[in-house]
Design a protein around this ligand. Structure first.
Ligand SMILES: C[S@@+](CC[C@H](N)C(=O)[O-])C[C@H]1O[C@@H](n2cnc3c(N)ncnc32)[C@H](O)[C@@H]1O
Length: 248
């Protein structure tokens, strides 16, 4: 009986902490940073549904502001994901099949193309983001869909690697999508997840669930964890975390 209020108090405390952090950033940052931070915060607001997330990003893409708001001076996710894949794959990059999950306007696709990868597909549920990414001409195929527990229209063991930069968060890619990521990657292939570190605690779908599930998948022989690295200044001066797995 007494457990319920305790849990909701805990959730509330985390939400207050996130809001306080946003306020602190607003007090310290310059006006353009503040606007970009607020825009990003809107995509991650508490209780946002998956559909609302996709629509929010479409509006953001249509305003032509995403690439400036989350440009490389504020957000390092695509670069970190591309560098991680380059560390894993040094040869014959032109024939390596990669799925950029939550491909957005194509920042990661572009980073991969610039490093010699040529077989890059993108997946994103936001039509506006998909259309923006199409203009880059770096993707072989673009799939407009959610990464979730639902089976995608993608054959099992298709990709040599799958990578996510910035696709994890409130209302974004759910915990249980890990199964589907594993399914579509070839045995021996890599899965790279780059996300804001604090979401592991602040997002209720991930708190005490995402990393335990990652571990469970390791114990059950679905993948092995190659590394977990915390990096500073991932986005808006927040730490990021880079997970790298290899499918068994
Ligand atoms: C912060 S943006 C990152 C985009 C891109 N990877 C980058 O680094 O610029 C988050 C992206 O995740 C996408 N997204 C949100 N929920 C998703 C889901 N369930 N499956 C796949 N992508 C999702 C959004 O549409 C948006 O394009």
């Amino acid at each position: 009986m007494c457990k319920k209020p305790l849990i909701s108090m805990e959730i509330r405390k985390e939400q207050i902490m996130a809001a306080e952090k946003a306020k602190k950033f607003q007090q310290e940052g310059n006006q353009r940073d503040v606007a970009a931070y607020a825009q990003n915060y809107g995509a991650h607001r508490e209780g946002i549904s998956m559909k609302e997330v996709a629509d929010y990003y479409t509006e953001w893409a249509n305003s032509n502001k995403y690439d400036v708001d989350l440009g490389p001076d504020r957000y390092q996710g695509p670069k970190l994901a591309a560098e991680s894949l380059c560390d894993l794959i040094s040869e014959h990059r032109e024939s390596v099949r990669i799925l950029d999950i939550a491909s957005g306007t194509g920042f990661l696709g572009q980073e991969l193309w610039d490093r010699g990868f040529r077989l890059i597909d993108g997946l994103d549920p936001s039509e506006g983001m998909i259309e923006a990414s199409r203009k880059r001409n770096v993707y072989s195929k673009l799939i407009c869909d959610f990464m979730s527990d639902k089976m995608l229209n993608v054959q099992t063991d298709t990709y040599d690697a799958a990578a996510i930069a910035g696709g994890m968060g409130e209302g974004h890619i759910p915990c249980n999508a890990l199964y589907e990521m594993i399914r579509i990657v070839k045995p021996g292939g890599y899965i790279v997840i780059v996300m804001r570190e604090e979401y592991l605690e602040h997002v209720q779908d991930y708190k005490d669930k995402l990393e335990p599930l990652m571990k469970e998948l390791e114990i059950s022989g679905k993948w092995s964890k190659l590394s977990r690295k915390v990096v500073p200044n991932y986005s808006f001066q927040n730490n990021g975390v880079i997970f790298i797995f290899q499918k068994c």
